[in-house]
Every structure is written in structure tokens, then in C-alpha cells.
Design a protein around this ligand. Structure first.
Ligand code: SF4
Ligand code: FES
Length: 335
């Protein structure tokens, strides 16, 4: 197989033809662009949010001209001899901060009451790149909360239109009844004519949603995620396509939430069925494997918060917590 050489932030790697810049960066494991809409397990995802933009300072060995504009790394395939700048480009860091600002135009800063807080990719991005003030003066989009099915609630106000939930329903369930309606400022996730999502795998939309737009009704307002203890467990699930491998989230002795296990990029390892997710909330339902590895940049690490960007060029650490002592001592960070 032909391997192509690509250099990302000064680190060289060889990858098979067809690999995107983002996947190459993930292989390197350092200076990985954030991804709010790309999801490696969902075909066709990516290209919507622009958080993954990078600068291509050399297109390839054959044609070394730089690309004129930042490109979405999740959708741009590497060429042999390509040179990419991500965190080493002040321009890109500034542009990414603008992307975050755009995403936050309509997204409410309601982290204190949002169930996704602590595991929200937009919250993490906001802390890494956000500004403490908004320049937006116009009325924001607001929506009523909608129950879609017995287990999932849609809080459209928080949706960033990444399309992950749409792809999930399309690709892992037999019966997609929701999608994005309208365009531009009027675009919204909707179940067609208020039809509920009712199938065995509908709960996975909760796990793929990068923000708190789709939440688990059985967990809403029960606890803050950083007060819970994630434990790996499995059961012999008989539902077709369900791995039965989950994380149980304990508060004391009580299982208050069941989710799929997630990898270091915040993507589920294997999708799980609704029976495992919503109906098996007793420890006796499960074979316990042990504490889950939490390798998360967010407050889920019990305030031992490690910045996603070790050496940010622009912007500096603007986070409200930047000077908090827990930044300097991550020794207790669960890993
Ligand atoms: S509801 Fe969540 S997963 Fe679906 S498009 Fe909006 S942000 Fe993405
Ligand atoms: S992750 Fe690449 S555009 Fe959203």
C-alpha cells in the first residue's frame, strides 16, 4: 500500500492514501484539531462546524503551493509531502476562536444547568478559545424543549447543527424519523411532524451529541457528571448489534446513568441498545469490570483540568479557571 508523508505541526507521519488530515493528526496523537461534527463511526460526518480548520502551508511535494484558505481537516485528504499547521499557526488559533464565537452566537451559556456540562465539547472549546464577552447584539434563536420519544429530550436552543444525530439515526437504526428542517438561521432538528424516535438504538443520539441538545430524560437534573463514578461493565445483551459493553455512572451505590463507552476522542466505542441504556439500572444486571479510564480534558477529571492545548499560541488561556491551582496540579487527574 502506498504511504503518503505528511507533516503536522512539525511532526512527520506516513499514512495510507485517503487518510484525512484529522485522522493523520489523531494517529500522531498530539496537536489534534478539535472536531464538533466529524465522527469516525458515522459515514459522511464532518464538514459542518469548521472547528477542525488547519492551515496547509505546502500542498504536496509535487505542488508545494500553500492552500489559500484554512481547510476543514476532517474533510481534506493528505497529499504526499503536505505540510500542515494547526496549533503552531497563530492565524488558525485566531480563526478557531472566531468559529467558537460563531457557535456560541445562538448556543446559550447555560452550563450551570445543562446536563452535558463536564462532558461538553463546546464547553471545552469555549474554555480553551472563548472570550468572556459576546459581541452579539441581536435576539438569539430560542425554542421550546421537545420530547422525542420516551427517553430523549431535544433542547434545540443548544443544538449546533452538527448532523451527528441525523447520521446516527440514518445509519444505525432502521427507521429515521428525524432530520434537519429548514435552512440557515431557521434550521432545526425535528422529528418529522412530531413523530417520536422509537427504536432500539435511539438512545445513541444522546451519546453522539457534542453539546446538551439531546439529553437522557432518565438522567436529567439527577446529578453533575463530575460527582459520579464511571465504571466499565458488560452484560450478555441479546439485542442484535448491541455490544452490551457500557459505562455505569454511579452516585453512591445507585446507577444513575448508563452510556456507551467513549474513546479518547469522545466518540463511542460501540453503540448500545435502549434496553442496556435505559432499563438496566441495577448493579446486579451487569458484570462489573472495574473503574473506567477517564481521559478527558474537562471538569469530569474532578477539577484536575488539563488544557487540550499544551502550548496555545493564540489565544492564551482565557479560561475563567486558568489561574486555578488545579491547573497546576494534575497529579490526581484520573487517567
Ligand atoms: S441535536 Fe446534537 S447531535 Fe443533533 S445536530 Fe444538534 S448538536 Fe448535533
Ligand atoms: S469537525 Fe471538521 S468541520 Fe466539523
Amino acid at each position: 500500500m502506498d504511504l503518503l508523508k505528511v507533516t503536522i505541526d512539525g511532526i512527520e507521519i506516513e499514512v495510507p492514501a485517503g487518510t484525512t488530515i484529522l485522522e493523520a493528526a489523531r494517529k500522531i496523537g498530539k496537536n489534534v484539531p478539535p472536531a464538533m461534527c466529524y465522527y469516525s463511526k458515522l459515514e459522511g460526518s464532518g464538514g459542518k462546524c469548521r472547528t477542525c480548520i488547519v492551515k496547509v502551508s505546502q500542498g504536496s511535494t509535487k505542488d508545494p503551493r500553500p492552500m489559500p484558505k484554512p481547510v476543514a481537516s476532517c474533510r481534506t485528504q493528505v497529499m504526499d509531502g503536505m505540510v500542515v499547521l494547526n496549533e503552531t499557526s497563530p492565524e488558525i488559533m485566531e480563526a478557531r476562536a472566531s468559529v467558537v464565537e460563531f457557535l456560541l452566537i445562538n448556543h446559550p451559556l447555560d452550563c450551570p444547568i445543562c446536563d452535558q456540562a463536564g462532558e461538553c465539547h463546546l464547553q471545552d472549546l469555549g474554555y480553551a478559545h472563548g472570550k468572556q464577552k459576546t459581541r452579539y447584539e441581536f435576539k438569539r434563536r430560542t425554542f421550546d424543549k421537545i420530547d422525542i420519544g420516551p427517553y430523549v429530550q431535544l433542547h434545540m436552543t443548544r443544538c449546533i447543527l452538527c448532523y451527528r444525530c441525523v447520521f446516527t439515526c440514518d445509519q444505525i437504526t432502521n427507521d429515521r424519523v428525524h432530520g434537519v428542517l429548514n435552512r440557515g438561521d431557521s434550521a432545526e432538528i425535528s422529528t418529522y411532524i412530531e413523530k417520536s424516535i422509537e427504536n432500539d438504538f435511539s438512545g445513541n443520539v444522546i451519546d453522539v451529541c457534542p453539546v446538551g441538545a439531546l439529553t437522557d430524560k432518565t438522567f436529567r437534573f439527577k446529578n453533575r457528571v463530575w460527582f459520579t463514578k464511571p465504571v466499565n461493565a458488560h452484560r450478555n445483551c441479546t439485542t442484535d448489534k448491541c455490544s452490551g459493553k457500557v459505562q455505569l455512572w454511579y452516585k453512591g451505590n445507585e446507577v444513575i446513568r448508563v452510556t456507551a463507552r467513549k474513546d479518547q476522542w469522545g466518540e463511542v466505542e460501540e453503540f448500545i441498545c435502549n434496553t442496556c441504556r435505559f432499563e438496566k439500572k441495577e448493579t446486579t444486571d451487569w458484570v462489573i469490570e472495574g473503574p473506567a479510564k477517564v481521559d478527558n480534558k474537562s471538569v469530569i477529571g474532578q477539577n484536575h483540568y488539563e488544557l487540550s492545548y499544551d502550548k496555545p499560541v493564540v489565544p492564551p488561556k482565557i479560561s475563567l479557571f486558568a489561574d486555578h491551582p488545579s491547573f497546576k496540579d494534575d497529579s490526581k487527574f484520573i487517567n
